[in-house]
Write a protein that binds this ligand. Structure first.
Ligand code: BGC
Length: 413
């Protein structure tokens, strides 16, 4: 190849590939999540846009958020990033996000999304994020074999759970699979809080951060139940990731796991059938309620017109019904678009859709604290820290934890 041609390629190729690719920061790094990402990558490639993967290990996303901050501070934001809930408002208020109103208007997003979803995606009335799904957090994932073998009934309340746990342990099962990460502790806590106080109490404590709710007897009872939950874990449970905990249920070492429905993605990837090889039932005491989080992507301001176009194409793909169906068959959530027929979905997804609609009608749909939907990142982190320190220390005192949590939240106000 002659020198002039090389020089031309040197200048043209990077510009070409740069403009037609999107670098996306996310935390979908478990096997099931990776399978879902490849659906997105393939469908984007079909549109002529290359997916530059920037996956940051760590369920729940707190590591990903730290990496994102350092990239933005050093002037090198990705083209797009997975950001949820209140985080969208926090990033948008810094003036760093691109509005995607043009696509939203053209594709009539307002008509296609439930209002509680579209409100989450807007900043000062403008769309700055595109959703891919709705996850339910208050699920209990069950290995039915553990219940067949022991002849035990599935637990509907925490009292049921504490009653059956010794028999499960006797039969060699860990009652509840858990890895000692702060957000995993918080995921259990929010379901216990909901079971103890109901949806209105949950909102008062976690959305409004009402001091009376935070110091109430109901909060005390929640921590007392959390203290008893310690006895459901295996002694050796170290900092295992959520999907390693799921593997314990899949392998028949643990009977159950309380976790959001991304767990379904792990079961499905290993050819496990819902209703047969695994069951999804509401977390104890929460059958009439739904703790939600919405996965969504924001686009960072980019100087280049081609890049802006690629961002618009990405936003449009994320909201495409066929994409949302294919993606969530791997990811475990339900499409964020609410007109989608559920005939292609499995039994757990159909239950999720039904319970979402019912909870919305009953006023028992509540935003997840653990996943940044109920309050901003600082409250989310405080809850995770206080709750995980409490649950990981066998001697921690519920009354002290209630005090710590309310004081720490007060200090943020
Ligand atoms: C996200 C899910 C993800 C889960 C585990 C949650 O915060 O919303 O999409 O699968 O974390 O990493």
């Amino acid at each position: 190849m002659n020198r002039t041609l090389l020089a031309i390629l040197f200048f043209i190729l990077p510009a070409f590939s740069f403009a037609n690719e999107v670098e996306v920061l996310h935390w979908w790094t478990s096997p099931g999540e990776k399978a879902a990402v490849s659906v997105l990558e393939r469908q984007l490639n079909d549109k002529g846009i290359k997916w530059e993967d920037f996956g940051v290990e760590g369920g729940g996303g707190s590591k990903a958020m730290t990496v994102l901050k350092s990239r933005v501070i050093s002037g090198n934001p990705p083209t797009a990033a997975q950001i949820r809930g209140k985080g969208i408002q926090e990033w948008a208020s810094l003036g760093l996000l691109t509005e995607i109103d043009d696509v939203a208007r053209k594709e009539r997003w307002d008509e296609k999304l439930p209002p509680m979803v579209s409100e989450t995606l807007k900043f000062q009335g403008h769309y700055v994020a595109a959703p891919v799904n709705i996850h339910r957090n208050n699920w209990l994932w069950v290995n039915p074999q553990a219940f067949r073998k022991t002849g035990l009934e599935l637990p509907e309340t925490w009292e049921d759970m504490f009653r059956i746990a010794p028999q499960l342990q006797k039969a060699g099962y860990i009652p509840l699979a858990y890895g000692r990460e702060p957000w995993q502790a918080s995921a259990i806590f929010e379901s216990v809080l909901l079971a103890t106080g109901g949806a209105d109490f949950y909102r008062a404590a976690m959305v409004e951060n009402d001091p009376e709710a935070l110091t109430s007897k109901t909060m005390m009872k929640t921590f007392e139940t959390m203290a008893r939950i310690r006895g459901l874990f295996d002694q050796g449970s170290s900092r295992r990731s959520w999907d390693q905990a799921t593997q314990l249920v899949i392998d028949g070492k643990a009977a159950m796991q309380l976790m959001g429905d991304w767990v379904r993605g792990e079961f499905l990837l290993q050819d496990k059938q819902p209703g047969k090889d695994f069951l999804c039932i509401p977390a104890p005491g929460t059958k009439d309620a739904f703790v939600y989080n919405i996965d969504s992507f924001v686009m960072f301001n980019m100087p280049d017109e081609q890049q802006k176009k690629a961002q618009q194409s990405l936003a449009s793909l994320l909201m495409n019904p066929d994409f949302q169906i294919a993606f969530n068959l791997k990811k475990g959530g339900i499409p964020a678009l609410d007109f989608i027929d559920d005939q292609d979905m499995d039994i757990c997804a159909r239950k999720s859709r039904r319970d979402f609609n019912r909870s919305m009608a009953r006023g028992t749909l509540v935003p997840s604290t653990t996943h940044g939907m109920a309050a901003g990142e600082r409250v989310q982190n405080v809850v995770s820290e206080v709750v995980s320190r409490f649950i990981n220390d066998p001697n921690a005192d519920p009354a002290k934890a209630v005090k710590q949590l309310s004081l720490a939240i007060k200090a943020l106000k």
